[in-house]
Write a protein that binds this ligand. Structure first.
Ligand SMILES: NC(=O)c1ccc[n+]([C@@H]2O[C@H](COP(=O)([O-])OP(=O)(O)OC[C@H]3O[C@@H](n4cnc5c(N)ncnc54)[C@H](OP(=O)(O)O)[C@@H]3O)[C@@H](O)[C@H]2O)c1
Length: 290
């Protein structure tokens, strides 16, 4: 497969984001690696360019926790690019040390994992609409069934539980892809989950449960797959002619394996809940997809 002539934006240059960007560049796509740390981002872009002769790879600063950074990123893209073919919303974090709200009052995991990507894609819609085969890929998780579904948790208005906020943000990534595809059927919007991958995600998470999980990973390292293998569902959704808009893909054996359709939680199939999420996202970001 050749992606020559196509341009992809990949958020996050961490474990899975790096592998996705590398694979897209190796297929000939021009890749914009978007992230919040210039030093890490430029190093990732340089490394990818070094591994793929002739690849066009550039870093662009983007902090998904900061709406003004998202707006500036989109403005730069609109000023410098005629069209974007795919946006891969990979960046994320899980269970940080403490509750943090951004200037819009949105909790960090909800803001970075989900809402920042909603705003990013919304602002990039004019560029996506110029592409004949436009794709948007979001990343969920096997942990996408929050103990309660309460959109108030987006702003931690009724208290804060880091694991519920993570699960809610990951469920919203899935609900969003389904709803984006329903509202804009000409955008192939898919959601994926990577199973369990050996990346920095768990190392940066806090809390007793995460400590226990890290101990389990130490004793049984084989229950996690490499970041490269974990990137496969996202690559499938972004590039396969067989990828279906609104579908959910993940590894065949839940934690690992080749990509296939994954089981969608009932809440993601609920049109009423998806409409609620869309309305909240419009309200919190001020971005209307039109
Ligand atoms: N690893 C797994 O087993 C697993 C399982 C299920 C789902 N996932 C999902 O897969 C995705 C990728 O995670 P990973 O495993 O590759 O983790 P990772 O290695 O920790 O990478 C996460 C990336 O997100 C970036 N990021 C964090 N906050 C950001 C912000 N405010 N603005 C822009 N970028 C930001 C990080 O950049 P910095 O280094 O600058 O912080 C990093 O590049 C995440 O959405 C995660 O929820 C992973």
């Amino acid at each position: 497969m050749s992606l020559k002539g196509k341009t992809a934006i990949v958020t996050g240059y961490g474990g899975i984001g790096y592998e996705v960007a590398l694979a897209l560049a190796s297929l000939g796509a021009a890749v914009i690696v978007a992230g919040r740390d210039r030093e890490k981002g430029e190093a990732a872009a340089l490394k990818i360019a070094g591994e793929c002769a002739g690849a066009e790879v550039a870093f662009e600063p983007l902090d998904l926790f900061d709406p003004s950074s998202i707006r500036r990123f989109a403005d730069r893209m609109i000023a410098s690019r005629g069209r974007i073919d795919m946006v891969l919303c990979i960046a994320g974090l899980m269970m940080p040390e403490s509750l943090e709200l951004n200037r819009a009052g949105v909790e960090r995991q909800f803001a970075v994992n989900y809402l920042g990507h909603y705003e990013l894609v919304g602002r990039l819609m004019p560029l996506l609409s110029g592409a004949p085969d436009r794709r948007v890929v979001t990343v969920s998780s096997i942990a996408n069934r929050p103990a309660r579904f309460d959109l108030e948790d987006a702003t931690a208005a009724r208290g804060y539980d880091a694991s519920i906020s993570y699960a809610l943000s990951k469920l919203c990534c899935l609900m969003y892809a389904v709803e984006l595809n329903r509202r804009f059927p000409d955008v192939t919007a898919c959601c994926v989950h990577p199973g369990l991958a050996r990346t920095m995600l768990f190392g940066r998470s806090r809390g007793f449960a995460m400590g226990l999980l890290r101990a389990i990973f130490f004793v049984f390292p084989f229950i996690r797959q490499s970041a490269r293998a974990a990137a496969r569902p996202a690559l499938y959704a972004a590039t396969s002619p067989d990828a279906v808009g609104g579908a959910y893909y993940g590894p065949m054996f839940t934690f690992m394996g080749p990509s296939r359709r994954a089981l969608m939680p009932m809440r993601a199939k609920n049109a009423g809940l998806r409409a609620q999420l869309w309305e909240l996202s419009e309200r919190l970001t001020g971005v209307n997809y039109g």
